[in-house]
Ligand binder design. Structure first.
Ligand code: HT7
Ligand code: ZN
Length: 896
């Protein structure tokens, strides 16, 4: 399949000002009638092609003159128009088959509910249309369906008519006044319950909020409704952005390829991101729901009112909207913990993408299948790029930039360049070099070295006990380089904003002047903090403290993870042991602990017997964290988690799968053994008051208590501890606690306790598909030698269905992507299993198949025998006859 190139973008030669659509819904044969008001924009080169896929064209007319359908559809399924006046009305009547649509894009059925997914190119599976985001039309949609099976009929905009029809059918007509690209079209019809509420905007508009769910589920939609109202209020308060219609609908469906979709005024969600109550959803689920509801709502301005010119600009809406949803959560919960979670996600998902065969810039240059570009780079790194602009400009100038960008491009399809230009113009800041973040792939490495220079001491090495006399200074040298990536050999220096503080021997920020500050941005950061812009390959920064210092200052670098880089700094174990307790920047406090743990675990993995190489000083330092009762529990909960095996693997030139697993397990066990009583005390002390509340304070207590439980669970032979874990499971009055205990038992429990808990969970939640996904995932991620056999057995469990993406991610995805040790078992069983499943999935749902195939992405980082096994698995997929373009692109790039 041919690659599409950003450089080849051409504006459309004609547009569609308005479209009238009529749907006669039927599971097997739905008839779609479309009337397009076409207008030429330039000298049109004929023939014109309208996108179409899997459509049966029944009738065709141009300005009332019937044309022969057979003469106007080409071999690729597109509609061909040989000639067209400057303005024309094109009418088509097509047949489609929603019940046969297992790809879940276009119009399909989910548990008997008709629903659509049009981003990125699903509208062409509904009717013939220029299915590109820079063609914006108004939509007038009539939906007719059986009144019994489809009492609810929805589309975008306002409902302007509703009537009964003969033969038990009925209709509804919806008009959306805002011109929109086809990817934002939506239709839903089915039997649904509704949760209703209202929101009054700052300017006094009353908006009806309707949340539709499968029958009987409305009681589980309150968390999502509350999140929606909070999002609407927050967008007004922080960004000055109001909702623009009188109705906002959300529909939750069981079968959905991704998390949710921001269709204008009719968001469609994966039920996983709507349905929640304390009995079936964890605190983490609820935070995720809040974030996804907010994200989709925020798209109303960043994505819908201002959309993307072409799909290469995807990060224009996605990076910006992720940044907005991250800030929403940070403003409502712990800012530091939110940032730590986002950094963890970036490192777990985006850094490997940058370092692997699928590497691409935030604004890609080519793609074969656009659905493969909804990536961590476009979303998460894209959000980091926006965050860096925010850091450089500061909140007030950033908001001025937002106002200029949205005001200038409202109702248009824009580019990343338009966004940066608006930010630059509104702020007066120079972002010329900064633009390279959009075009250069790869994760920059920043190396930091420092030494003291002073009249008395002269130059000295590193920080530490050495004094910094009056008139002396600390010299910091920062250098950057970005290693070549699979898609780009040559790299250039980026404009990297580094926030930093200099800490004294107590961990307090020192007041210091930055000399030769020509390349530093104006200081808009917290007191005692500096913002440097590293723009060259190597720069020196001299800091002169206001007062003499007894000890040379220790720099706390990249505070708040101000730039998405890999930092190599002169820290030793003693520095990190100090910083993990004393650094005033919470993200860097966490970072120091992770860096220290990573060094220790890598050393242990390299030892002949990792269990015999446990570093006692790290175990002691960890004890310091545990004994700090003043620590914010939500921070303590993240600080108590060791770096994951996947992250540790990324730090090795050749991954030592078994060594890393043994080292991490040994360290966890050593921590649990050494601090057993402190952990038991923590578990007893942190029990939240009953009754259960889902709020952030209680959630933080549960998180820390469950982190203690996870460590204690390693003490398999300790009868008292094992009784405690069982009681934690049995007495849980919420899913957070029950799942935490189930995980401990399923991963480390003795056989009898493990089987008992898994059987109880299965029985207790029979028929609750979303809850049983947790049960599938816990077993798929178990660090047990029989994990693959269990996963294979679960493929036949009634709770599993290959046609549902949530089930696939819960079982197959969890095994391949979150069970590093077993997926990469030396016998290659994990690889053969994944290849088998990808091949089966490809015929059913190519988007999900392609995502699963991505698990092979970093095969070249493993040892020779594993490489051979993974290459063979990839080749077997590539060579499958009829393989989709989606999966082919991923597999082929991986093999290149
Ligand atoms: N903008 C939405 C992207 C999306 C999507 C992309 C490919 C295939 C299926 C999809 N469903 C939704 C979601 C978002 O980022 O808000
Ligand atoms: Zn989005």
């Amino acid at each position: 399949p041919a690659a599409i190139r950003r450089a080849d973008y051409r504006p459309p030669t004609f547009t569609v000002d308005a479209i009238r659509l009529e749907f006669d819904l039927d599971p097997a044969e739905t008839i779609v009638t479309a009337e397009l008001s076409l207008r030429c924009l330039t000298e049109t080169a004929f023939p014109l092609h309208l996108d179409g896929e899997d459509l049966t064209l029944l009738e065709l007319s141009l300005d009332g003159t019937a044309l022969d359908p057979a003469q106007h559809v080409d071999g690729a399924g597109r509609l061909v128009l040989h000639e067209l006046p400057p303005r024309a009305v094109l009418r088509t009547r097509c047949r489609i088959a929603p019940e046969a649509n297992s790809r879940l894009t276009g119009l399909y059925l989910s548990n008997g509910i008709f629903c659509t997914q049009c981003e990125a190119q699903g509208f062409r599976r509904i009717t013939f249309f220029p299915d590109r985001p820079d063609v914006l039309a108004t939509y007038d949609v009539t939906v007719r369906a059986d009144a019994g099976s489809c009492p609810v009929l929805l589309s975008n905009g306002n409902c302007v008519d509703r009537q009964s029809l003969p033969d038990g059918r009925h209709m509804a007509r919806w008009q959306d006044p805002f011109p929109k690209p086809s990817y934002l079209f939506a239709l839903v019809a089915g039997r649904l319950d509704r949760l209703a509420d209202t929101f009054t905007t700052r300017s006094g508009r009353q908006v009806d909020l309707h949340l539709y769910v499968e029958p009987g589920q409305a009681a589980r939609a309150h968390c999502a409704m509350a999140a929606l109202k909070q999002s609407m209020a927050w967008d007004e308060a922080r960004f000055g952005l109001e909702y623009d219609l009188d109705i906002f609908n959300i529909v939750a469906v069981a079968d959905f390829n991704s998390g949710a979709m921001e269709n204008k005024s009719l968001n469609i969600f994966n039920a996983k991101y709507i349905l929640a109550d304390e009995a079936t959803a964890t605190d983490t689920d609820m935070e995720l729901i809040e974030g996804v509801v907010a994200h989709e709502y925020f798209h109303n301005w960043t994505g819908n009112r201002v959309t993307c010119r072409d799909w290469f600009q995807l990060s224009l809406k996605e990076g910006l909207t992720v940044f907005r949803d991250q800030e929403f959560t940070a403003d409502h919960r712990s800012r530091a913990v939110k940032r730590i979670r986002d950094v963890r996600t970036l490192r777990a998902r985006q850094f490997p993408e940058d370092a692997g065969p699928l590497s691409h810039p935030v604004r890609p240059d080519t793609y074969v299948e656009i659905n493969n570009f909804y990536t961590a780079t476009v979303y998460e790194k894209g959000a980091e790029v926006i965050r860096m602009i925010h850091t450089i400009l500061g909140e007030a100038r950033f908001q001025a930039g937002m106002r200029l960008y949205l005001g200038r491009h409202d109702g248009q399809a824009a580019t990343c360049e338009d966004f940066v230009a608006a930010m630059e113009e509104a702020s007066g800041c120079d972002l010329v070099q900064f633009r390279r973040w959009y075009s250069q792939s790869g994760t920059p490495r920043v190396t930091a070295q420092w030494h003291v220079e002073g009249p008395a001491s002269g130059a000295g090495p590193g920080a530490g006990g050495q004094a910094l006399p009056d008139g002396g200074c600390l010299v910091l040298t920062l250098s950057q380089d970005t290693p070549p990536t699979a898609d780009q050999a040559e790299k250039v220096p980026l404009d990297i904003p580094i926030r930093l503080a200099l800490l004294d021997g107590e961990g307090r920020p020192i007041a210091a002047w930055l000399e030769e500050a020509a390349d530093a941005a104006p200081d808009r950061s917290a007191p005692g903090e500096h913002l440097l812009r590293l723009t060259g390959p190597r720069q020196r920064f001299r800091f002169r403290p206001a007062e003499a210092q007894e000890h040379a200052p220790l720099p706390s670098l990249n505070c708040g993870f101000s730039a998405p880089v890999i930092l190599h700094a002169d820290y030793g174990d003693a520095d990190d042991a100090f910083l993990m307790v004393r650094d005033p920047d919470a993200v860097n406090r966490w970072e120091a602990g992770q860096r220290y743990a990573t060094r220790v675990l890598l050393r242990m993995a390299a030892a002949e017997d990792p269990a015999m190489a446990v570093d006692g000083r790290y175990v002691d330092a960890f004890g310091g964290l545990l004994r700090d009762e003043a620590m914010d529990p939500s921070f303590a909960a993240v600080a108590m988690v060791l770096p994951e095996e996947g992250y540790l693997a990324d730090q090795m030139a050749v991954v030592d799968v078994d060594g890393l697993h043994a080292a991490r397990e040994a360290m966890l066990r050593a921590i649990a053994l050494a601090h057993r009583n402190v952990l038991l005390g923590m578990h007893a002390r942190l029990q939240p008051a009953r009754p259960y509340r889902a709020d952030a304070d209680q959630a933080a207590l549960r998180a820390q208590r469950n982190a203690a439980l996870a460590l204690l669970g390693l003490l398999t032979e300790d009868a008292e501890v094992q009784r405690l874990v069982m009681a934690h499971y049995r007495d849980a009055d919420n899913m957070t606690d029950r799942l935490a205990a189930l995980t401990v038992l399923a991963h480390h429990g003795q056989e009898a306790a493990r089987n008992l808990a898994l059987a109880d969970f299965e029985e207790r939640y029979r028929g609750e598909a979303l809850v049983l996904d947790k049960w599938l995932a816990v077993q798929a991620q178990a660090p047990r030698r029989d994990a693959l056999a269990t996963v294979r057995r679960l493929l036949d469990h009634p709770a599993f269905r290959l046609s549902n993406p949530n089930r696939v991610y819960a079982l197959i995805g969890a095994f391949a992507m979150r069970n590093q040790w077993r997926f990469h078992a030396a016998d290659g069983g994990g690889y053969a299993f994944l290849a088998e499943q990808v091949k089966k999935l490809d015929g059913l749902n190519r988007q999900v198949a392609a995502r699963m195939a991505g698990a092979f992405g970093r095969w070249q980082r493993y040892d020779g025998p594993r490489q051979n096994l993974m290459r063979a698995a990839l080749e077997s997929i590539r060579d499958m006859p009829g393989l989709s373009r989606d999966t082919f692109e991923i597999v082929n790039k991986s093999l290149e």
